[in-house]
Ligand binder design. Structure first.
Ligand code: NAG
Ligand code: NAG
Ligand code: NAG
Ligand code: NAG
Ligand code: NAG
Ligand code: NAG
Length: 554
């Protein structure tokens, strides 16, 4: 029985999906790219393909990848991964990229318990003879383990215990578009099928497929390639490509891919590349056929089932986070690179139900001397998950010296973020320092963007008695509205600034998507005053699923 569902299935910044169905768990597992986010390499679990729960983060201890703590470019870090399951063990193979030297590190993580962060292994470092990205792992019937890898696809045999890889053989260059990458191998009906992405991850993106009787080739392309694309269309879902295929318990085939909700203009897409699901047909001996990506689709979905263990966040649930004593940050909260942990404390003595953030020397933009582990970036966030949303947090902050600041941000990268802070600034007339609302946009990562003016608004004396509620909402698909109010009198709300979502689309963050969260900084000054954040609320209001068509966020 076909049931209807809406895309994306993993909304918000969730690119390069890789998914597999594990019959022993009767559960689908997916992973997406996390770049500099820490914890990273999220594993999502679902029994019905539409309700997804964050099961764990494979990358959850800084020691698993010390390199992630180094300062570099904004789109470095963990790129596309492949998740597979074999004989009781989950395998997650991925690459870590730094632009300082093009030498992708291939990492193979394993676990037998995908619901427990701490059960994920330290990575085995796999040799990278092709010196490239996007590794896939595949087991042949004879027990041999193969890794395929971009670009212009290479295959090596690998040893999953030692990470040794054989001299790679080059198997397919795709159909002729640039960047043949993101390979996955499947064996079916006596053929090795090689599914890849092509055209680059922008609007020319596609998924194409080839097959061979021998893993070494020769591979012949599907005459009907591309299997999936939005290239040269007016579709709302653009950049479709980087796919993976899997079967459910009833034998139905499905495809996942990344897509961007931008329309062909491809200018405003703050959530970046998201994960979409399409029904597939794959008859014996034939090529697979995937339905084109749409916002509203139907397929042979299973009955709704939210029987997934663990304490992870359901992707569509709101955040109602009050930081009670003894709690830890929810698993779907993220830092930009592993945090300087001393800057963060939940319910410290005398301040129950708060998250204390001590200021970092640097603001969110930081400076050339920034050292992530020494200075820290005093910022914690969650993904923007819906086209329309409301986020607010209460801020208790009594700044003492010049330039101390605490606030909220819609953040794509350190070079593209929109902030509403409370900052200690001199009063125009008296020169005395007063806590002042400051709305300010950093857009250096996207030259030639129209940037709204900085707005300053000294806090009324009557607001200073208690916490200030700072909020940001996307009321339209292309505009953020930032507001402030006394937490005790939320109706006294004042709009402090508005900014286009285009500011946090592309630019220095072409592969990532926006985060929404809270920060504290001394802006390079003498300040050390901590901020106590409380009553953290995030609500997904609506998803745009076709140009101008909105549905309630699930
Ligand atoms: C599967 O795992 C079991 C237990 O670890 C092991 O004894 C067996 O050899 C494994 N089978 C294969 C095919 O790897
Ligand atoms: C992997 O390497 C180890 C150590 O050299 C060896 O004992 C093991 O047999 C190798 N595994 C395979 C599948 O070749
Ligand atoms: C892929 O392209 C490279 C470089 O042009 C070429 O050397 C190689 O033979 C091609 N491989 C295949 C399998 O077509
Ligand atoms: C897409 O392909 C066309 C034709 O090859 C090319 O002109 C255009 O620059 C490409 N666009 C991107 C974003 O790569
Ligand atoms: C961040 O701090 C630097 C000084 O360290 C300052 O030049 C810059 O204007 C600040 N940017 C923002 C967005 O606060
Ligand atoms: C920004 O505008 C300037 C002047 O029009 C132009 O030279 C430059 O190439 C533009 N930069 C980008 C990244 O578009």
């Amino acid at each position: 029985m076909a049931k209807s569902y809406t895309n994306p299935i993993l909304p918000g910044w969730n690119s390069d999906p890789s998914c597999t169905f594990v019959s022993e768990h009767n559960t689908f597992f997916c992973t997406t790219s996390s770049f500099l986010a820490f914890p990273g390499i999220p594993i999502y679990a679902s029994k019905d393909l539409t309700d997804w729960r964050l099961a764990s983060n494979a990358l959850n201890r800084p020691e698993q990848l010390p390199e992630l703590s180094f300062n570099g470019q904004q789109n470095e870090g963990i790129w596309a991964s492949t998740i597979r399951y074999r004989n009781g063990t989950f395998y997650l193979i991925t690459s870590y990229i730094s632009f300082a030297k093009w030498q992708p590190k291939l990492l193979l993580f394993t676990t037998t318990d995908p619901y427990d962060d701490s059960a994920w292994s330290d990575p085995v470092h796999v040799e990278n003879p092709a010196n490239d990205i996007d590794p896939d792992i595949f087991w042949d019937d004879d027990g041999k383990t193969y890794m395929s890898i971009a670009a212009g696809v290479y295959i090596s045999e690998i040893n999953t215990s030692t990470g040794a890889a054989t001299e790679p053989f080059r198997v397919w260059n795709g159909t002729g578009d640039r960047n043949p990458e993101g390979p996955h191998i499947y064996k079916k009906d006596g053929y090795y099928y090689l599914l890849i992405g092509e055209g680059g991850t922008e609007t020319n993106h596609s998924a194409t497929i080839a097959r061979s009787r021998d893993i070494r080739g020769p591979y012949e392309g599907d005459p009907n390639n591309p299997l999936l694309t939005a290239k040269d269309t007016d579709n709302y879902f653009q950049t479709v490509g980087h796919a993976d295929l899997f079967q459910d318990a009833k034998g139905n085939w499905w495809g996942v891919a990344l897509a961007t909700r931008s329309g062909p203009a491809w200018e405003v897409y703050p959530m970046g590349r998201e994960t979409v699901l399409v029904p597939a047909k794959w008859e014996e001996g034939q090529w697979p056929v995937l339905e084109p990506v749409r916002g509203r689709m139907s397929g042979p979905l299973l009955t709704k089932n939210k029987d997934i263990p663990g304490d992870g966040h359901w992707v569509d649930d709101p955040d109602i986070v009050d930081f009670p004593p003894g709690s830890v940050l929810p698993k779907h909260f993220a830092f930009w690179r592993p945090p300087k942990t001393s800057l963060f404390s939940i319910s410290p003595p005398g301040h129950p139900n708060t998250l204390r953030i001590s200021p970092s020397r640097v603001n969110l933009t930081a400076d050339a001397a920034f050292q992530p582990l020494v200075d820290g970036l005093a910022f914690v966030a969650r993904k923007q998950l819906a086209t329309l949303f409301d986020y607010s947090v209460d801020v208790s902050f009594n700044p003492k010296v010049a330039d101390e600041e605490a606030g909220i941000s819609v953040f794509l990268t350190q070079l593209q973020h929109i902030d509403l802070g409370i900052v200690n600034l001199p009063d125009k007339h008296t020169g005395n320092f007063v806590p002042t609302l400051r709305f300010r946009v950093e857009a250096s990562g996207k030259p030639n963007t129209t940037v709204p003016d900085t707005n300053l608004f000294p806090l009324p004396r009557s607001w200073l008695k208690g916490p200030i509620r700072l909020s940001v909402s996307a009321k339209k698909d292309d505009t953020y509205v930032f507001s402030a109010a006394p937490a005790s009198k939320p109706r006294e709300v004042k709009v402090v600034g508005e900014a286009s979502a285009g500011i946090v689309s592309g630019g220095s963050g072409p592969f990532t998507g926006t985060l929404v969260g809270a920060y504290a900084t001394s802006n390079g000054g003498e300040g050390t005053t901590p901020t106590y954040f409380s009553r953290w609320r995030y609500t997904a209001v609506a998803q745009e699923i076709e140009e101008g068509e909105f549905v309630h966020a699930r």
